[in-house]
Design a binder for this molecule. Structure first.
Ligand code: THU
Length: 131
């Protein structure tokens, strides 16, 4: 699956976002180490801190299916049209848990251009327990 196809999955799942409170819908799609596609959208809650991010839900799907490493993860979001939506701090840590140094983190900007990052770009000097 190429990047364009991956972002088609992002846009499709973004349509299902439950974002009643912020109105900011986010979609995420990732390819795991088994070559499987996993998608997630943000799911907000009346109790605001209980809401979950799109990337977290895509990662949850990957783990539940037996995937363990992210090869490529893509994200896009905005109130209606796309806006800047680089992963939030918490999602950077969640992505880092399952990313390698060469994992591709793709963000579609407001102009529809794909920006590409690596783990170290988004979370330098990350916290990680040895196992
Ligand atoms: N959101 C995500 O889903 N991913 C991010 O990386 C940034 C923020 C969601 C959380 C909340 O539902 C909405 O976007 C506004 O913050």
């Amino acid at each position: 699956m190429n990047d364009e196809e991956l972002f088609k999955a992002v846009m499709l799942v973004r349509e299902n976002a439950y974002c009643e409170y912020s109105g900011f819908s986010v979609g995420s799609a990732l390819i795991d180490d088994q070559g499987e596609l996993h998608v997630g959208c943000n799911v907000e809650n009346s109790a605001y801190p209980e809401g979950t991010c799109a990337e977290a839900n895509a990662i949850g799907s990957m783990i539940a299916s037996g995937g363990r490493r992210i090869v490529t993860i893509a994200v896009a979001g905005g109130h209606d049209d796309l806006e800047i939506c680089t992963p939030c701090g918490g999602c950077r840590q969640k992505i880092a848990e399952f990313a390698d140094s060469d994992t591709r983190i793709l963000v579609m900007n407001a102009e529809g251009e794909i920006e590409e990052f690596r783990r170290a770009d988004l979370l330098p000097r990350l916290f990680h327990l040895e196992h």
